[in-house]
Design a protein around this ligand. Sequence first.
Ligand SMILES: C[S@@+](CC[C@H](N)C(=O)[O-])C[C@H]1O[C@@H](n2cnc3c(N)ncnc32)[C@H](O)[C@@H]1O
Length: 444
Amino acid sequence: MARPTGTSPMTPQTTLPNLASGTTTPADFVALCAAHLDNGGFETLLLSKHCGPEVDLQRVSVRPIVLRGVPSLSFTYRHTTRDDTKNLPQAAGLQRVRELLAAVFRHAHLHARGETAELMISRRGVCTLRRRPAALASTPEAGAVQPGDLQAADRSHDRDKQRFVDARRPFLHALGVTTEQHTVVPAMSRKWKQINKFVEVFAGALRASHLLEVGPAEAPRRRPVRVVDFGSGKGYLTFAVHDHLQQQPGVDAQVTGVELRPDMVHLGNSVVTQLGLTGLRFEAGDVRSRAVQPIDVMIALHACDTATDHAIHLGLRGGAAIILCSPCCHKELRPQLLSPHPLRPILQHGVHLGQQAEMLTDGLRAMLLDACGYDTQVFEFVALEHTQKNKMILAVKRTQHRPADVVWAQIDDIKAFYGIRDQCLEALLRAEGRAPVAAPSASP
Ligand SMILES: C[S@@+](CC[C@H](N)C(=O)[O-])C[C@H]1O[C@@H](n2cnc3c(N)ncnc32)[C@H](O)[C@@H]1O
């Protein structure tokens, strides 16, 4: 199966519809998708906010492919425990998108060359379009994804040479990120960027920790570095971390991916077997009920909502020197938040309340890690193909003890200011006796 790599200079360009952000119709949005397809600039379309009858269907991603010479669309239907793929010729595929927007999904996010376009359909059927030029979709300094990079990644061999990970590493081909010739598969361009950025951050954290230090008693032995990646999904980052560790002199990589979905676990383990790797395995498990185990590095990327808190807690209890997480779906705090004076006029807008809830959730997580003896940083990472969330919390265990009373008091002040009653990580720490006695609960 070939994937289209963009428009040749000879291909006539279809003019993109002159659609402004604002109220629109699903048909106009599909016309915009069709124009980008014609121009070879269509990268991915993600349909989310499921409202259809199939209870375990979560989202659908759509990407262009060429199937036996016919330009087609490949649909991946993500269910709770499996993915189903269906390919359709382009015209039938666009019709399928129309049907899905009519009755099954209320949100569509198109990544195309030069722009991103989002369609939001309210419960009452009002459709709103938001178009943003690529330059505004993310910040280049953060290494964030630019929609036009899909083609660029395939074309630019020079840029590939500057990457942190060597495109010739066998795991990349086994996972479908690169071709047999070690070039990045165009549709995997975002994932390739994410892997590189992640390994760069991971390598920096490793250097800042004590994990690579080898004591005299250990000198003849290789030092084990135990990594657990909670919610490892298809394992791209799990393999990348294992590969990076294996290249560190004196390190015995012991990497485990823990994943809810058995099909993903099976997939990961079959690639491990296929490549004959040691020190890497995938296990089926739920981070919310997982037993504590000794951990050197805890990773949780895009674990939904409070799964991130459970993963951090496992990392803390396992004695992790490094905790790396990129949270998503911040649902816990939003319904609790008050709009304190004088922020009320700002927080009356739902979008601001959502942003505030996200900032407070991750800010409190970082403070809780600080109170538990970690130097923490919160920064922008790279957006994924299925989420715009791109924040990362990095925590490296301090070697020197520092009193935490001030941080605990600050946490209590912030909770009281916003009326926050429950925060999952804090509650877990309290139940464990690690947090000070509960502060008086904030007024509702
Ligand atoms: C968005 S994916 C991220 C995959 C991978 N970490 C990445 O960033 O590429 C989230 C993964 O977490 C898994 N997951 C969700 N809840 C989980 C839980 N409670 N315990 C373990 N895995 C979970 C999902 O099945 C999914 O594969």
